[in-house]
Design a protein around this ligand. Structure first.
Ligand SMILES: Nc1ncnc2c1ncn2[C@@H]1O[C@H](COP(=O)(O)OP(=O)(O)OP(=O)(O)O)[C@@H](O)[C@H]1O
Length: 581
């Protein structure tokens, strides 16, 4: 195997800077390794596994001869001889650990701090000592079902008893239902007011979704009105909770100024990267409880790490038997929304187990119209093939009068893509959809902010309270007739701003699967390119498919789909091992 360097200038600069002491041929070697580390971090890995690259051939841009890296012993020796490389515990720009993992110092420190904080919290027993009272409470909240195995009840028990717990499950497995019951249980246990609980999610959209679920589920809790009223209804973004500081990567809340909460619950935790998760756990009070909710099978965070996945795997690993992380993770696997036999549920299971053949069989089953597979059309045929799903999917919102109706109806259908650019990427699809809708007379795409243009915000704007991932629609103000960008607020109301004030945004008929994390739509058309690429992974396919509540159509060639389902995203990190110490 040879390693391709898609070296960015930043990787080269970092390597030059960190390898100042290294000269001549060994200097080229260590500079290359450090460049590879920087590149790996850019791709989402936390560290570089030297075992994996030892003995491999590296092609370096601008250098004719490829470089063969030495075997692991010599490679480790070469790196250890550098003044910039230290061992764990030392304060050097690069850290080489005992397992041959090379880190940028910052990431090593994050990983170590996160593992230590989680282990300490996992070892913390927080539950009420009154077992009989606890059993009575749990029976009230979780009416035993015929299966005899109630994972939701188990998840709640863990959340009540331990300082750290994780609830992982796909859409519709009852994560939100369980969280709301945990809220009721926690508040009951402590007599309501004394328990200070914060709820957060990585994006504004995910926060809004959780807030509205809590509002609708709270009334059904089997507790007193008094307890119901103390159930918190606010969900914030993690950045807001921690308090961002302009032009700094630090937060207002940290170990010296901890968050004033007894329990912090984080939804959509698979989207949280290593630096942010570390910032969050280090900002908790020593006795505070942390509950993470998410889907371990989804795409990992955009930035470095796969924290939720690593935690879940650590809890399952054989080594965890003697560690505090054992028993902290509950996986919910029963689909209450569709039933386990539904097409989308069965398809997600086949994909998660890497069984592409079964997934293709399910997709081809004519008896199930909720899931289907069609070959990706050639570039020239894309628009023709899009016409029917696009007109059907987008007509209702474009014909709606009131902004709140348009926003609600827009959630019915979305095109998700694997790629950002190109004819099968979000950019190409958006262009094709715009043209189709324009030709059909459903919109007039003659100005940037035409009536009906859906926009997806791509950065956080604290002034206008718009966040990365928020989706709005340009519509005329009923009173003035001027175009405005309308957004659904977390409380269910609609608000608007003049389109000129919009932060960075893109058109949103189609969006990448990455951007769709934290959202769900009734029907989804997911588009894979006709050629296989390394970006197509099992996690990407699973995440895209599970965005659909009712029906999914997949455009993909069978070979491309199979290759993708078999390809797992592996993010290098040492977190799993550090958690089971
Ligand atoms: N134990 C249960 N018995 C019966 N129905 C349940 C149970 N748990 C959840 N449900 C129902 O299943 C549906 C999905 O539950 P919920 O929204 O809590 O799942 P979720 O995992 O949070 O899904 P998503 O990730 O899509 O938000 C809801 O309609 C809920 O009422």
């Amino acid at each position: 195997m040879s390693i391709e360097f898609c070296q960015r200038s930043i990787d080269r600069q970092i390597a030059e800077y960190l390898c100042r002491g290294a000269r001549d041929e060994p200097g080229v070697l260590v500079r290359s390794v450090v460049s590879l580390l920087s590149q790996a971090v850019g791709q989402g890995h936390v560290c570089l596994d030297l075992e994996e690259i030892a003995g491999e051939v590296v092609r370096i841009p601008g250098r004719e001869e490829p470089l063969r890296l030495p075997g692991i012993v010599n490679l480790l020796a070469a790196l250890r001889s550098l003044p910039t490389v230290g061992r764990p515990g030392e304060h050097r720009p690069l850290i080489l650990d005992e397992a041959g993992r090379l880190y940028l110092y910052r990431y090593f420190r994050y990983e170590l701090q996160l593992a230590e904080a989680i282990r300490a919290r996992a070892a913390m027993e927080t539950g009420s000592p009154d077992e009989a009272a606890l059993a009575e409470q749990l029976d009230r909240y979780f009416v035993p079902d015929e299966s005899g195995e109630d994972r939701q009840r188990q998840a709640a028990l863990t959340a009540l008893r331990r300082g750290f717990s994780v609830i992982s499950g796909g859409p519709g497995t009852g994560k939100t239902t369980t969280v709301v019951r945990i809220l009721g249980l926690l508040l009951e246990q402590t007599g309501g007011e004394r328990m200070r609980i914060a709820m957060a999610a990585p994006t504004g959209k995910a926060a809004a979704r959780l807030a509205s679920s809590i509002a609708s589920l709270r009334e059904s809790l089997p507790c007193t009105e008094e307890v119901k009223h103390t159930v918190p209804s606010q969900v914030t973004t993690i950045h807001r909770l921690l308090g961002t500081i302009p032009n700094s990567t630090g937060f207002r809340h940290n170990a010296r100024n901890p968050l004033p909460y007894d329990a912090v619950i984080v939804d959509e935790a698979s989207m949280v990267d290593l630096p942010l998760m570390t910032a969050l756990v280090t900002a908790l009070m020593p006795q505070a409880r942390l509950i993470l909710i998410g889907d371990r099978d989804q795409l990992a965070s955009v930035e470095a790490g796969a924290v939720l996945g690593d935690i879940c795997r650590a809890a399952e690993s054989p080594g965890s038997a003697v560690s505090s992380i054992k028993g902290c993770v509950t996986v919910l696997d029963r689909n209450y929304r569709f039933g386990d036999g539904s097409g989308i549920a069965a398809l997600s299971r086949a994909i998660n187990s890497g069984d592409a053949g079964e997934a293709i069989r399910l997709l081809g089953d004519p008896a199930d119209s909720t899931i289907s597979l069609e070959a990706t059309p050639m570039r020239e045929a894309v628009r023709k093939r899009l016409a029917s799903p696009v007109l059907e999917g987008f007509r209702p919102y474009l014909e709606a009068e009131a902004p709140e109706d348009a926003l609600r109806l827009f959630e019915r259908f979305r095109i998700l893509t694997a790629l950002r650019e190109g004819p099968w990427g979000a950019a190409g699809m958006n262009h094709a959809v715009e043209t189709l809708l324009h030709e059909a007379g459903l919109l007039k795409a003659d100005t940037p902010f035409y009536r009906g243009r859906p926009v997806l915000v791509t950065e956080n704007d604290y002034i206008h309270k718009l966040f990365n991932g928020d989706t709005g629609i340009i519509l005329p103000d009923p009173e003035t007739g001027n175009q405005k960008a309308y957004f659904a607020a977390p409380d269910g109301t609609v608000r608007s701003i003049p389109p000129e004030f919009l932060p960075a945004h893109v058109t949103a008929f189609a969006m990448t699967v990455h951007k769709s994390q934290g959202s769900e739509f009734d029907r989804v058309l997911m588009v894979l390119p006709p050629e296989d690429t390394l970006l197509l992974t099992r996690e990407l396919i699973y995440t895209g498919i599970t965005r659909a509540r009712q029906a999914i159509t997949l455009w993909s060639d069978e070979a491309v789909f199979s290759a993708a389902v078999k390809r797992r995203t592996e993010r290098r990190s040492g977190l799993r091992e550090r958690l089971v110490l």
